[in-house]
Ligand binder design. Structure first.
Ligand code: FES
Length: 140
């Protein structure tokens, strides 16, 4: 687990980049926390520097959008998904589990990277992230 920051340092609508094996971007989308690879799969832009709207982040370089829940691109030019990671909130600190590696098959049947789905939600001041079972349906 990677310590991201205190809960109060990532308000709604904000993002932060953390250094792990690969750079990871963590977002607060209206109280839901998501973590994805920070580097856009199109070129070398930081998605933590992008624009967050709902559960979508728009790349600051060429405007590809990625769904934070699945990591899949929802707008060109990017075609490959970014990986997603489980997020936990414990004792008012945000953590990311960067050990989860899930390989997904995308629309055309080509294995194009890793994508799970992870969202953490604060309930009663403390709790947990979860892996979305719907996203697991894509796992091979
Ligand atoms: S670098 Fe992200 S869309 Fe081009």
């Amino acid at each position: 687990m990677i310590r991201v920051c205190p809960l109060g340092d990532l308000p709604a609508g904000a993002a932060i980049r953390v250094v792990a094996t690969v750079p990871i971007a963590v977002f607060n989308a209206d109280g839901q926390f998501y973590a994805i690879d920070d580097t856009c799969t199109h070129q070398d832009a930081s998605l933590a520097d992008g624009w967050l709207e709902g559960c979508q982040v728009e790349c600051p370089l060429h405007a590809s959008c990625f769904d934070l829940r699945t990591g899949k691109p929802t707008g060109p030019p990017a075609r490959k998904p970014v990986r997603t990671y489980p997020v936990r909130v414990r004792d008012d600190v945000i953590w990311v589990d960067d050990t989860v590696e899930i390989t997904a098959v995308v629309d055309n049947g080509i294995i194009a990277g890793s994508a799970g789905s992870a969202a953490g939600e604060v309930v009663d001041g403390v709790v947990d992230g979860m892996v979305d079972p719907a996203a697991r349906a894509d796992v091979v």
